[in-house]
Design a protein around this ligand. Structure first.
Ligand code: SF4
Ligand code: SF4
Length: 253
């Protein structure tokens, strides 16, 4: 018998699967052709918190990112969602969020930190918006550089522009420099992403919904975290001892 991990942690909660940018190196602009997209509903969010509480209690939950394939600040209830997530996540677990910076204001940054977000990462896709966001983060946090202090209150990355990956083969992109290959933490640790629809998928590379294991209304603790077809073209590696998926139709789910 193969020792797959059972699902035992939520790594990403995709509060929004729509975006206010359409970066050429990102599948977000195409994902509406492959799955339902939009904003996470109250029902899905509530049920996600149920599982989060279970995984915290079991001691298997690690950090959580209120982010998937999309821009989380598009969700009008993002601050309330952060606060409710913090109530379930003890302070020793990092609660984070990524943003492209377009909708960053001083007010929302203050509100998100007050709600219990530990760290917010700006990903640079649009330089004017990024610079404005950085100025706001500096002012609100007093942290001048993105990673000078620990714990970091805000971070910055340009990887999407200068070092993009191919999203498990979803994007027709041949990187100039090979990405370092790491053992996939999603499979190794039984981590999943809850999509905006409530579908539960194997990782945040799954923009098109090819790796869905079930929904938040299923018994997640009974689901094996198996590799799926996209793992075969991913820049991360299936952990040793875990068989590769076959490429037949059955491997897609
Ligand atoms: S890379 Fe980020 S900002 Fe750009 S389209 Fe994708 S989700 Fe949106
Ligand atoms: S190896 Fe598979 S599960 Fe892991 S990140 Fe890549 S596509 Fe996702």
């Amino acid at each position: 018998m193969t020792a797959y991990r059972k699902v035992q942690a939520i790594k990403n909660l995709e509060v929004a699967s729509v975006c206010n940018l359409a970066c050429p190196y990102c599948p977000a602009r195409l994902q509406g052709e492959h799955r339902d997209t939009g904003l996470m509903s109250e029902k899905t969010f509530e049920q996600s918190l149920h599982w989060l509480a279970r995984f915290v209690k079991a001691g298997t939950q690690q950090e959580l990112n209120l982010f998937g394939v999309g821009e989380p600040l598009l969700h009008p209830k993002i601050v309330e969602m952060a606060a409710r997530t913090r109530l379930v996540m003890p302070r020793y677990l990092t609660l984070r969020m990524n943003t492209n910076g377009l909708l960053v204001t001083e007010e929302i940054v203050r509100d998100l930190y007050a709600a219990g977000i530990d760290t917010i990462d700006i990903t640079d896709h649009e330089s004017e918006a990024t610079m404005k966001a950085i100025r706001i983060f500096r002012k609100v946090t007093g942290q001048y550089e993105p990673r000078r202090h620990q714990p970091t209150r805000w971070g910055y990355s340009r990887d999407g522009i200068i070092n993009p990956n191919n999203w498990g083969g979803l994007i027709d992109w041949v990187p100039e420099v090979d990405h370092p290959r790491y053992v996939c933490p999603w499979i190794a640790n039984g981590q999943v992403m809850v999509m905006s629809t409530g579908d539960v998928t194997r990782c945040c590379q799954d923009a098109f919904g090819r790796g869905i294991l079930g929904t938040v209304h299923d018994d997640l603790e009974q689901l094996d975290h198996t590799p799926y077809i996209q793992c075969l073209t991913c820049h991360e590696e299936i952990p040793p001892g875990i068989p590769k998926p076959n490429t037949g139709k059955a491997a897609i789910r």
